[in-house]
Design a protein around this ligand. Structure first.
Ligand code: NAD
Ligand code: UDP
Ligand code: UDP
Length: 309
C-alpha cells in the first residue's frame, strides 16, 4: 500500500484523484486550505480509514512521510486566481518549493499539475511540449501563467540539482462533476445558465476555441504518468477535440433542453484565441493513453451533477 499526498485534494480534480487512488488500494492524505475546494467534494471518502483530510496552506512548510505527492493546490479558474493574484503566485511558487523540499527530504516521487496556460496565447497550433509559449508576463492572467511556469522551472531544477524524482503534466481545459457552480469557467457557467433558463454569456464573438477533457480521462493520465520510469515530462494531458465557445453553448443548450438564448460580453484581456493539445507524447510514453470520453458524452453526467445540486 502506498501513502500518497494530494495537495488541493478537496478541489474539482483533486477530489476525483483521491477517490481513484483510494479505489486502487492506496492510503491518501488530502491537504487543502479550502480556498476554492470544498469538504463536501470528499465527504463520501471520510469514512474510509485510509483517507485523511488535512486543512493546511501549501505556502507553509509541511512535514509528513509519504511515497508520492500530487501537487494540485492552486485556484484554476480566472475569476478565482485573479481574486488575490499575489496569493496565486505564492501558492504556485512557494507551494512548489515546499512540496519539492518535502519530496527531497523523504525521497518521494512528486507530480506537478501544470497547465496549457504555460503556452499563453499560442502562436503554434496544436500545442506540443517543445513549444515555449507566448505569455504576457505583466497581464491579468500572468499570476497564474507565470506562477505555473516558475513552478515548472523549480521542478526541473530540483530534479537536476537534487535528483528529485519529478513528473510534470500540462493539463488542458478539464470539466466534470464537483466543479463549483460559481467556478467561473465556461463549462460550469454555461450549464448553470442553461439550467436556470438564463442567457449563456459568451465572452467575445465566441469563435475562440478550447479542447475539453472529461475529468476521468485526466485522472487516468495522471496515474499513468506517476507510474512512468525515467520520464519527467512535461507531457500534455488533454482531449484534442476542439470546439468554439459558440459550438459549446449550442451543445449545452440542446443537451439541457433549455430555452436559454446566447448573449455576448466583452472578451477578457489576454484570452487565448485557440487551444488544442498535441497528445503524441502522452500516447507514446503513457502506454497508448488517450481520452475516451467525447465532449457530448462527458457533458451529460456533468449536467446531471449541476441539476442535482
Ligand atoms: P480547483 O480550484 O477546484 O482546485 C484547486 C484546489 O487547490 C482547491 O481545493 C483549493 O482550495 C486548493 N488550494 C488553493 N490554494 C491552496 C493553498 N495555498 N494551499 C492548499 N490548497 C490550496 O481547480 P481544479 O480545476 O481542480 O485544478 C486543480 C489543479 O489542476 C490546479 O493546480 C490547476 O492549476 C490545474 N489545472 C486545472 C485545469 C482545469 O481545466 N481544471 C487545467 C489546467 C491545470
Ligand atoms: N520543506 C517542507 N517539508 C519538508 C522539507 C522541507 O515543507 O519536509 C520546505 C521548507 O519550508 C523549505 C522548503 O521546503 O524551506 C525547501 O526545502 P529545501 O530543502 O530545498 O531548502 P531549504 O530547507 O534549504 O530552504
Ligand atoms: N468564456 C465564455 N463565457 C463564460 C466563461 C468563459 O465565453 O461564461 C470563455 C473565455 O473567455 C475563454 C473560454 O470561454 O475564451 C474558456 O474559458 P475558461 O475560463 O473556462 O478557461 P481558460 O480561458 O482558462 O481556458
Amino acid at each position: 500500500m502506498k501513502q500518497i499526498l494530494v495537495t488541493g485534494g478537496a478541489g474539482f480534480i483533486g477530489s476525483h484523484l483521491c477517490e481513484r487512488l483510494l479505489k486502487e488500494g492506496n492510503s491518501v492524505i488530502c491537504m487543502d486550505n479550502y480556498f476554492t475546494g470544498k469538504k463536501k467534494n470528499v465527504l463520501h471518502l471520510l469514512n474510509n480509514p485510509y483517507f485523511e483530510l488535512v486543512r493546511h496552506d501549501v505556502t507553509f512548510p509541511y512535514y509528513v512521510e509519504v511515497d508520492e505527492i500530487y501537487n494540485l493546490a492552486c485556484p484554476a479558474s480566472p475569476v478565482h486566481y485573479q481574486f488575490d493574484p499575489v496569493s496565486t503566485v505564492k501558492t504556485s511558487v512557494i507551494g512548489a518549493i515546499n512540496m519539492l523540499g518535502l519530496a527531497k527530504r523523504i525521497k518521494a516521487r512528486i507530480l506537478q499539475a501544470s497547465t496549457s496556460e504555460v503556452y499563453g496565447d499560442p502562436a503554434v497550433h496544436p500545442q506540443e511540449e517543445s513549444y515555449w509559449g507566448n505569455v504576457n508576463p505583466i497581464g491579468l492572467r500572468s499570476c497564474y501563467d507565470e506562477g505555473k511556469r516558475c513552478a515548472e522551472t523549480l521542478f526541473m531544477d530540483y530534479h537536476r540539482q537534487n535528483k528529485v524524482d519529478i513528473k510534470i503534466i500540462r493539463i488542458f481545459n478539464t470539466y466534470g462533476p464537483n466543479m463549483r457552480p460559481d467556478d467561473g469557467r465556461v463549462v460550469s457557467n454555461f450549464i448553470v445558465q442553461a439550467l436556470k433558463g438564463e442567457d449563456l454569456t459568451i465572452y467575445g464573438d465566441g469563435t475562440q476555441t478550447r479542447s475539453f477533457q472529461y475529468v476521468d480521462d485526466l485522472v487516468e493520465g495522471m496515474i499513468r504518468m506517476m507510474a512512468t520510469e525515467n520520464f519527467t515530462g512535461p507531457v500534455n494531458l488533454g482531449n484534442p477535440g476542439e470546439f468554439t465557445m459558440l459550438e459549446l453553448a449550442e451543445m449545452i443548450i440542446r443537451l439541457v433542453g433549455s430555452k436559454s438564448k446566447i448573449t455576448f460580453m466583452p472578451l477578457p484581456s489576454d484570452d487565448p484565441k485557440q487551444r488544442k493539445p498535441d497528445i503524441s507524447l502522452a500516447k507514446k510514453m503513457l502506454n497508448g493513453w488517450e481520452p475516451k470520453v467525447k465532449l457530448e458524452e462527458g457533458l451529460k453526467p456533468t449536467i446531471e451533477y449541476f441539476r442535482n445540486l
